[in-house]
Design a binder for this molecule. Structure first.
Ligand SMILES: Nc1ncnc2c1ncn2[C@@H]1O[C@H](COP(=O)(O)OP(=O)(O)OP(=O)(O)O)[C@@H](O)[C@H]1O
Ligand SMILES: [Mg+2]
Length: 336
């Protein structure tokens, strides 16, 4: 069982965990009376319940918000600019993803792909412009958007299985403990980590950690999936298997297209983008801007062996590589 520390009593990893709960809008800080110490409170639907000094032993399951039914969501980025101090990282970004689109973001290192994903996740606020999910401006992180970060961020104090379990509990708060465990194990098995349930992140390789992070994001079952180079650290075989699994999941065997997740997927790999995407967005650098948006109408299912040698695929690949290189010194791009 996990315990939520009170607002000023948490230290080290607990403080990270507490901050994560706040970012996920599962908890907030409140003073119960003027001059009182800060308390961590649970805010399901805005109704706050004290989890502070008087009730420090609340289990994580009690923190899980009621999950809305899975829906398809559109995402719009309207005139977003963002700076880190004096450095303008993104300038006037406009993007629109219809519900169920698979958008791949391609661009040279440092052009602001991760920054854009953090903005979409609600972890940063735009300096100008706004981001709408399902027509509503986002105000912070939310359970409608699952994120796989570039640096495979698992909670280091939880085992791989517990990391995934946390997402399953959030997604299905009303289901049984047995269901939670079974689902978490199934998600780990999908990324070939069935034996790693009890392993701590420090005991896993970088690629294994990334796979566990992917399992956790998929377990959240959010309608919007934000993935930052999720397969970048993986060996070629695992990468191929996970690309296919992601496509299967997104295509939704037996489902209608409108039930698909809306995906934003950062990659440096042009072939990966062409294999996965309905839309490829090519970004330029200094500051990050959009160089081009391309609808990828290659037929599905996209099977590497038959797709890659085709003239259409090779032509589109070359066009994307050329655009990526345009205006860049030769050694500044890892994309080709
Ligand atoms: N926390 C930060 N503080 C200051 N500058 C930052 C911070 N995070 C990113 N930057 C800067 O913002 C720019 C964009 O970074 P970002 O990580 O979004 O690039 P990226 O396109 O994801 O690159 P890569 O392909 O290497 O992952 C870079 O110049 C980077 O140095
Ligand atoms: Mg990045």
């Amino acid at each position: 069982m996990l315990f939520v520390p009170d607002a000023d009593g948490g230290r080290g990893d607990w403080r990270q965990f507490r901050d994560w709960l706040v970012r996920q809008q599962l908890c907030g800080f409140r003073r119960l009376s003027p001059g009182d110490r800060w308390h961590l409170v649970h805010c399901p639907g805005g109704e706050c319940r004290d989890l502070g000094h008087r009730a420090p032993g609340t289990s994580l399951a009690a923190l899980a918000p009621v999950r809305e039914e899975a829906v398809m969501l559109s995402v719009r980025v309207e005139g977003v600019s963002f700076a880190h101090g004096a450095q303008t990282v993104l300038r006037d970004i406009h993007l629109a993803a219809r519900p169920g689109e698979f958008v791949c973001l391609l661009g040279p290192s440092g052009c602001g792909k991760s920054t854009l994903l953090r903005l979409l996740a609600g972890l940063e606020r735009p300096d100008r412009g706004r981001i709408l999910v399902d027509g509503r401006p986002i105000k912070g992180p939310g359970l409608d958007r699952a994120v796989v970060f570039q640096d495979y961020s698992l909670f280091p104090w939880l085992s791989a299985g517990e990391n995934v379990l946390m997402a399953v509990r959030q997604a299905f708060p009303d289901r049984s403990r047995a269901f939670h465990h079974e689902t978490a194990r199934a998600h780990l098995a999908r990324v070939h980590l069935e034996d790693a349930f009890d392993k701590m992140p420090a005991q896993l390789s970088g690629g294994m950690r990334q796979r566990a992070a992917i399992a956790r994001a998929l377990a959240q079952d959010a309608p919007v999936l934000l993935m930052d180079e999720p397969f970048g650290a993986l060996d070629a075989v695992t990468r191929t298997v996970l690309q296919d699994q992601l496509l299967e999941l997104w295509q939704g065997e037996g489902q209608e297209e409108p039930q698909r997740k809306t995906v934003f997927f950062v990659t440096h790999d042009v072939e990966e983008a062409l294999l996965l995407a309905t839309t490829v967005v090519v970004m330029g650098t200094r500051p990050g801007t959009i160089k081009g948006v391309f609808a990828i109408d290659l037929p599905r299912p996209r099977v590497r062996r038959s797709l890659y040698p085709t003239v259409t695929f090779q032509t589109q690949r070359q066009a994307l590589v050329d655009l990526l290189h345009q205006g860049l010194p030769l050694d500044a791009d890892r994309a080709a």
